[in-house]
Design a protein around this ligand. Structure first.
Ligand code: 6R9
Length: 654
């Protein structure tokens, strides 16, 4: 049961109001078959992290062994120094001499319902052919190739083809506008753009090539454009610049020797704007990144040869890079990819897919889970979900109620849940349960992965043993970002200057409880400050979502003469719930009951949708602009700009 706790010791840290005491242990059947059965892995890794990561690295194929596991000159780390490898060899060639050769690497389903299967041998051949295409287009080691595509197998093929010849890919999510695409192409100075005639979203065509054409008016570095035919959508091809994928692939050799990459050579750039500011080109190097994602995929998801693994993220996000492409393929997994929306043609689509392909591992975002909750249990109940054996979440703190709902109605009460905390910058999962051994608490990402060192620190860098503060990573880890593309200074100041140059600051608030569990509290830019108490948004939101009528909530602080800040809550109700004045009062009392009078929202506004980024994170910054009656800040990363305009009007009327 949640209960109030005393104010934390330091004014500059974050107060903790909500306590969640439920504990779920993995059941005996899961424990027995788990890859990690023994908690001694933590102690072993902590005693000698470099030896631990070296033993993980030996599970990959190296073209030349490394000389030194880690050279650490804060804030710059070099991993597996002197080693050479190729990421595509680790995802493809390594499986060709084994039984994995003819196993499905990718099971793909289009939104309209088409199916495609690519075995490892087929994926290898397609990758080599496209690598040869890129070479003929003049792409060389170190060049950048931008990929702006729907979720089709060609996207994974293009990534692996870049990796094969040593070019860095920069995937720009297909939901981004022409302007965002232009900005990202120019920052990377990419020479080739791979795109598609279009994609499908809720049955409607997304005209990617049209957006690309708009962007291409202002991208002097681009020499060639390759266009995948996805939907036979009409496109304008510019003579001398644009070619179709299928034309270029015709008669292309399926042999392409891999470029031996230095462990520290760039594998890719991925732009992240987070919820604020100019996008940063996060650079990931090859060796450490592959070691990190390979190991975490195997151990966090308890991956076995028979699994059908589905991570619902778009490949345009880091989750898709690490846990749709590089991690699962390097482990020889069967990866399911679904192109479209979860509610098309109806709200049971995800469950219908799980049933049809007998999915065993399912990894999705809290925002999706809250939508499922809102739509009601009749949708998962219509389908047979008994093939599922492990569930995961990533992207935001998950409210305990959503966690428990996920466990009961998707996982049938039998599947462990791995709540995985990490970032584009960390490249790999950092804080997570190990499903066969960790007793989980709903809403807690539990413990740092073996070999990862994390702490909760206060403003001055003192360790908080039991209470709230800032999350810090206190040792380098293999998949860490190498730099920000073209801006090494920003790399140092953004991530390595809050305390000292040896300590990484991810920008998240966190709490540790007495048993050493980590609870992520959201971005510190979003922290509320009420009458001298600093409160993470997550706690008040969780208290609201705990009410039976509420599906989702976002809470922001607005300036208040007496309290410093007062709270404004934006609330989405479950289907079929009617709003009235009583409900406002009831929700306010509910928050007071759960966490105390301090957290009583001044305003509660009901809304059908919350403003989210295209990866599903709530944009509290914009809600704050509304609550404080300001003009809206940068809205370019919003998934649906109409949502915020409607909300603004609504708030003023209320
Ligand atoms: C992988 C990804 C990173 C930010 C991160 C944090 C939030 C991600 C979370 C979580 C609580 C989790 N976040 N996973 N918060 N619990 N399990 O999402 O990368 O898009 O770069 O976002 O997402 O705030 O700092 P990215």
């Amino acid at each position: 049961m949640p209960r109030k706790t005393s104010k934390s010791t330091s004014q500059s840290s974050i107060d903790v109001l909500l306590r969640e005491e439920r504990i779920f242990r993995p059941n005996a059947a899961f424990r027995r078959q788990a890859s990690v059965k023994d908690a001694s892995i933590y102690g072993k890794a902590a005693r000698d992290p470099e030896a631990f990561w070296a033993s993980c690295a030996r599970d990959l194929v190296w073209l030349r062994p490394w000389k030194k596991v880690l050279v650490w000159r804060p804030p710059h780390a070099r991993w597996f120094v002197g080693g050479k490898l190729n990421a595509s060899v680790n995802c493809l060639d390594r499986h060709l001499g084994t039984a994995v050769r003819n196993k499905a690497a990718i099971l793909w389903e289009g939104e309209p319902g088409e199916e495609r299967t690519l075995t490892y041998a087929q994926l290898f051949r397609e990758t080599c052919r496209f690598a040869n295409v890129l070479k003929d287009l003049g792409v060389r080691k170190g060049d950048r190739v931008t990929l702006y595509m729907p979720l089709v197998p060609e996207l994974a093929i293009a990534m692996l083809a870049c990796a094969r010849i040593g070019a860095a890919h920069s995937v720009v999510f297909g939901g981004f506008s022409a302007e965002s695409l232009k900005e990202r192409i120019n920052d990377a100075k990419a020479t080739v753009l791979v795109t598609a005639d279009g994609g499908f979203r809720r049955g409607v065509e997304v005209p990617l090539k049209k957006f690309a054409d708009e962007a291409l008016r202002g991208t002097p570095s681009i020499r060639h454009v390759v266009v995948v035919r996805r939907g036979n959508f009409p496109v304008q091809m510019t003579e001398g610049r644009d070619r179709f994928w299928h034309d270029l692939m015709r008669d292309r050799s399926a042999e392409c020797p891999p470029e031996p990459m230095d462990s520290e050579d760039m594998l890719y750039i991925l732009y992240t704007s987070g919820t604020t500011g100019k996008p940063k080109g996060i650079v990931h190097a090859t060796g450490g990144y592959m070691v990190g994602v390979h190991t975490t995929t195997r151990l966090v998801f308890d991956l076995k040869p028979e699994d059908v693994y589905w991570c619902t993220a778009d490949i345009g996000w880091v989750t898709g890079h690490s846990y749709v492409v590089y991690g699962p393929l390097s482990n020889g997994a069967t990866v399911l990819m679904y192109e479209g929306a979860p509610d098309w043609p109806d709200r049971g689509r995800f469950w219908q897919i799980c049933d049809k392909y007998r999915v065993t591992i399912f990894y999705t975002a809290p925002t999706a889970i809250r939508s499922f909750m809102r739509w009601g249990i009749e949708w998962p109940e219509k389908h047979d979900l008994t093939s599922l054996r492990l569930l995961g979440t990533v992207g935001e703190p998950i409210n305990p109620e959503a966690w428990v709902w996920y466990r009961n109605f998707v996982g049938g009460g039998r599947c462990p849940i791995v709540d995985t905390w990490w970032q584009t910058e960390t490249g790999m999962i950092m804080i997570t349960p190990l499903p066969g051994i960790t007793a989980t608490k709903p809403g807690s990402a539990t413990h740092p992965f073996p070999g990862v060192s994390a702490e909760v620190l206060d403003e001055k860098g003192r360790v908080v043993k039991d209470g709230g503060g800032y999350l810090a990573i206190t040792r380098p880890w293999p998949a860490m970002l190498q730099t920000i593309y073209g801006d090494p200074e920003r790399y140092a100041t953004q991530y390595w200057s809050k305390w000292d140059a040896k300590t990484y600051f991810p920008g998240d608030g966190a709490r540790r409880d007495r048993q050493g569990y980590f609870w992520l509290l959201g971005r510190v830019d979003d922290v509320l400050n009420v009458a001298g108490h600093r409160i993470g948004t997550m706690e008040v939101e969780s208290a609201l979502v705990d009410h039976p009528s509420v599906a989702e909530a976002a809470v922001v602080g607005k300036a208040h003469d007496l309290k410093g800040q007062a709270l404004a809550a934006f609330v989405t109700l479950k289907e079929g719930i009617v709003t009235n004045g009583d409900l406002v009062d009831e929700l306010k009392s509910h928050v007071v009951r759960k966490i105390g009078a301090l957290a009583r929202p001044d305003d509660i506004v009901f809304t059908a949708e919350l403003p989210k980024t295209r990866s599903g994170k709530i944009m509290r910054r914009l809600l704050k602009d509304i609550a404080e009656g300001r003009a809206l800040g940068d809205t370019t990363t919003l998934a649906d700009p109409a949502v915020i305009q409607a909300l603004k009007q609504r708030y003023q009327e209320d």
